[in-house]
Design a protein around this ligand. Structure first.
Ligand SMILES: [Zn+2]
Length: 264
């Protein structure tokens, strides 16, 4: 494997027209990845999709923005985790950006849902895929995620690991998460926005993953179009450029980091 997309959604309808060709193209280019679930149906679809593709893995979770539509079903999560191709719990986390109104009740419900994911991941020693999106101009969701992970870390130690996907925090948040031995992953945002250059340079190479969050956030030349996991190649190139490190070195390190986290 030459590249690893730690977070994509190729099970989504967006890929119904060309999914097989895209997955074959990923394999030709040496691009592996985790197909991430956002609810029960998409977690099951991800698991089914990856079965016959040695370069693909999947995850099971309930995204915080679907907290009102579904409830956490631990037995269902455990039944999917019994499959060795299901390598992570998530995506799960806290999103204080998207809901029209973020009340204390909503935050409380999202935190309770996130803690349920953290518990099942830590108890089974499975890495977490964490979605954190703060309200505009704040770091509120990261603060709460760091609080929850810190307190659970005392209980579970090394059993609790994971990746903070689509990282948009600053150096202070990155430092706290790395201290908890979490990785942070960057998307193709780094190909067109310069807001994250300082944090991209700050994070040790051992604690970075590459991802696309496809179908969202296509890289610079294709902005606004459907994204796909091949864009992870652009992400790796951009990260190496920002860090001023040799591209081959960064490329190999980010694959190693993903293999280690997801125990592939
Ligand atoms: Zn996602």
């Amino acid at each position: 494997m030459k590249y690893f997309d730690a977070h994509c959604h190729v099970q989504f309808d967006d890929y119904d027209v060309d999914r097989d060709a895209l997955i074959a193209h990923m394999q030709e280019e040496g691009v592996g990845g985790v197909v991430v679930g956002i609810d029960r149906a998409s977690s099951e679809a991800a698991r089914a999709l990856v079965q016959n593709h040695p370069h693909l893995y999947s995850s099971v979770g309930l995204h915080p923005n679907y907290e009102t539509q579904e409830s956490f079903d631990e037995a269902h999560v455990l039944s999917l985790l019994a499959d060795p191709k299901v390598v992570a719990v998530g995506e799960c986390g806290l999103d204080y950006y998207r809901p029209a109104e973020v009340t204390d009740e909503l935050k409380h419900a999202q935190k309770a849902l996130f803690e349920q994911h953290v518990e099942v991941a830590a108890k089974t020693g499975t890495p977490l895929i964490v979605h954190g999106r703060p309200a505009k101009g704040t770091m509120d969701a990261y603060k709460d995620i760091i609080d929850i992970l810190s307190s659970k870390k005392k209980e579970y130690g090394d059993q609790l690991r994971g990746d903070i996907h689509f990282f948009v925090g600053g150096i202070a948040e990155a430092r706290a998460l790395i201290d908890l031995d979490f990785t942070v992953s960057f998307t193709a945002v780094v190909t067109f926005a310069r807001d994250y250059d300082d944090v991209v340079r700050f994070v040790p190479l051992t604690h970075i993953l590459s991802e696309t969050d496809a179908p969202y956030v296509a890289p610079a030349p294709r902005r606004g179009k459907r994204n796909d996991p091949l864009a992870v190649i652009d992400v790796v190139r951009a990260l190496a450029g920002i860090r001023g490190e040799e591209e081959g070195l960064v490329q190999a390190a980010l694959v190693d980091n993903a293999m280690r986290l997801f125990r592939i």
